[in-house]
Write a new protein. Structure first.
Length: 141
């Protein structure tokens, strides 16, 4: 294969999967929230005839403002860090995110901490999967 064409294909693969990691990650994280927030009947509630209670993970989004934009930037940063071989970048991104959200998470009991943890894990795993796929694809030629 022509070396110039191979480089163009590598750049295209990285760009497309970077966009996928950044923007397609949002609906994936929302799906994970929907699954995690689905009501599950407890044995006590079933015995009392009460309706199942939801932990309110989706409802906690009002307390954690800016989560969508933070998630976009987080996924892009994780994607770039992994492809660049800068594993410390993942730690930096997660540390900044955790420290910035600490006051919000400490002050609430409404499911915001669970939303933060579930959203972060889903977002990081999706970005890591996209970067792994990109890494594998660019080494094919």
């Amino acid at each position: 294969m022509n070396p110039v064409l191979a480089d163009v294909l590598r750049i295209a693969v990285v760009a497309v999967l970077g966009l996928v990691a950044t923007f397609v990650g949002s609906p994936v994280v929302r799906l994970v929230f929907r699954i995690a927030d689905s009501p599950r009947p407890s044995k006590a509630a079933a015995a009392d005839g009460e309706p199942p209670q939801s932990p309110g993970i989706r409802a906690a989004s009002a307390q954690l403002r800016g989560g969508h934009w933070i998630g976009l930037l987080e996924r892009l940063s994780i994607f770039v860090s992994i492809l660049a071989g800068f594993g410390e970048g993942i730690a930096v991104v997660l540390a900044i995110k955790g420290l910035a959200r600490y006051p919000d998470l400490k002050a609430t009991t409404s499911g915001a901490a669970e939303r933060f943890i579930i959203g972060t894990f889903a977002s990081v795993l999706f970005a890591a999967a996209c970067s792994g796929l990109a890494w594998w694809l660019i080494r094919l030629w």
